[in-house]
Design a protein around this ligand. Structure first.
Ligand code: HEC
Ligand code: HEC
Length: 397
């Protein structure tokens, strides 16, 4: 290709760098709004970030604010830093794995493998959980942020057995885990401190305090808390009627039939608005004998055997395989489990028992078209905007 004369716009960045550098030297205070040209040049060596920090402001739809959900206040610089950390393989011992390796955006931040591959090729013992919440990640899933929970003890915690009380705890456990990332926290901090773009990102987010474990974990949390998935067809329908039980005019009749089946049989645990946790933990009768005892591994009590977190079903069509061990590949298999496959475990939840006897497992006895309708409804929970949102994408060049 023939070289053309450089357009004037191409030389502008160089002019800006030179010009602004002078100002930076005179003015020591940190510009918390924008990157200086010098900062931007440092960032741009490795990262593909826009010159102005991305706006992570969360706006919730009215049908959620009316129910008392509060939009999280996100600090843009902290979220920008958290995003880079989330995608950075430096967080794992041999620099092969980042958070995003097992939490892929196009899969609503889950993994399509039953067990994810950790840094040295070994596999996690459970299926990766999707990281997409309704109001915001931490208040929907955790307690410390307030959200829809009246007390911390009611709050949903993290992991399939809810062994982490906060995202800070969860992230620390994950980074240090000898299968997942295998990195002692002080080594992560030491490594991050040597990377020029983190000097800029931490200074923007936290001022001159320097890089520490606490701030690193907080930034990851800020990024996760900006994950707000509220643009599914279901949300649109709910926004128009404000009543999850009435038929939605934008739904097909099949989707409305599926919604009715869901509200009758599933919402008592997975929630009517797909945004609040009704039941935090339950046994849903996958097996009569569990090889993974779930919550009991944390508490040691027999009433917790086979008890697992009730996962949110937003974006569920994207997050297979399903259940803590990824045993079901499709939503059809999941529906068949609830229809005819529930096992009589001693801790089986009463909602999944025969409502008349409360002894044997419930059998829904759905027809084929009802099963298809339930699956069609579950597909209305997909938020295409969320999984394509550039603000959550890999920022590395
Ligand atoms: C090697 C794969 C892997 C990596 C790397 C990984 N995760 Fe996970 N993540 C998982 C698995 C598997 C689970 C479920 C584990 C369990 O419940 O025991 C999980 C669970 C979680 C949860 C809990 C979600 C919930 O609803 O309870 C959060 C939050 C999370 N990961 C965030 C992160 C962050 C942040 C990072 C990077 C610091 C990260 N993960 C790195 C595989 C991974
Ligand atoms: C008693 C509470 C309860 C009821 C009622 C219930 N579930 Fe579940 N559901 C759970 C629990 C607990 C899990 C996780 C179980 C595990 O992995 O061990 C789960 C898991 C799932 C999953 C897999 C989620 C994932 O991320 O892997 C889907 C899909 C699902 N349920 C759909 C349904 C549908 C559809 C219905 C109604 C037919 C229903 N559930 C009724 C408690 C319940």
């Amino acid at each position: 290709m023939q070289m053309r004369k450089l357009p004037w716009i191409a030389v502008l960045p160089a002019v800006l760098v030179l010009g602004l550098n002078a100002c930076v030297k005179d003015n020591v205070s940190v510009n918390t709004q924008y990157y200086t040209a010098e900062e931007f040049a440092t960032l741009s060596a490795a990262l593909d970030l826009p010159a102005e920090p991305i706006d992570y402001t969360v706006v919730l739809p009215v049908h959620l604010t009316q129910q008392g959900f509060k939009a999280p206040i996100i600090n843009n610089h902290k979220a920008a830093l958290g995003r880079v950390l989330f995608y950075d393989k430096n967080l794992s011992q041999n620099k092969t794995v980042s958070c995003a390796s097992c939490h892929k955006q196009e899969l609503a931040f889950s993994d399509d493998k039953a067990f994810s591959e950790g840094f040295d090729g070994r596999h996690t013992k459970r299926n990766s959980l999707a990281l997409a919440a309704a109001a915001n990640f931490e208040t929907s899933y955790g307690g410390d942020g307030g959200g829809s929970f009246s007390s911390f003890s009611e709050a949903v915690r993290f992991f399939w057995d809810e062994r982490a009380n906060s995202i800070l705890e969860q992230s620390r456990m994950t980074i240090q885990d000898d299968i997942e990332m295998g990195m002692p926290m002080h080594e992560v901090v030491a490594r991050i401190q040597t990377i020029p773009h983190y000097q800029v990102l931490f200074r923007k987010a936290y001022g001159p305090t320097g890089i520490s474990e606490a701030l690193l974990l907080e930034a990851i949390r800020e990024f996760l808390n900006s994950f707000v998935s509220v643009n599914s067809k279901f949300d649109e329908g709910l926004a128009r009627t404000n009543d999850p039980f009435s038929d939605f005019d934008i739904f097909t009749s099949q989707e409305n039939i599926g919604k009715r089946i869901y509200m009758e049989n599933c919402a008592s645990c997975h929630s009517h608005n797909l945004s609040t946790a009704v039941e935090n933990l339950a046994n849903n009768g996958l097996d009569a004998y569990y090889t993974d005892q779930g919550r009991a591994l944390v508490t040691g009590i027999s009433q917790d055997e086979g008890i697992f977190k009730v996962p949110f079903l937003r974006n569920i069509a994207l997050t297979g395989p399903y259940m803590h061990d990824g045993r079901f590949n499709t939503l059809e298999e999941v529906v068949e489990h609830y229809n005819s496959g529930i096992q009589d475990h001693p801790n089986l939840d009463f909602r999944l028992r025969n409502p008349f006897t409360l002894t044997d497992p419930k059998r829904l006895e759905l027809t084929d078209s009802q099963k298809q309708a339930l699956v069609a409804f579950l597909h209305t929970l997909t938020d295409e905007e969320f999984v394509a949102d550039v603000r959550f994408m890999d920022p590395f060049k």
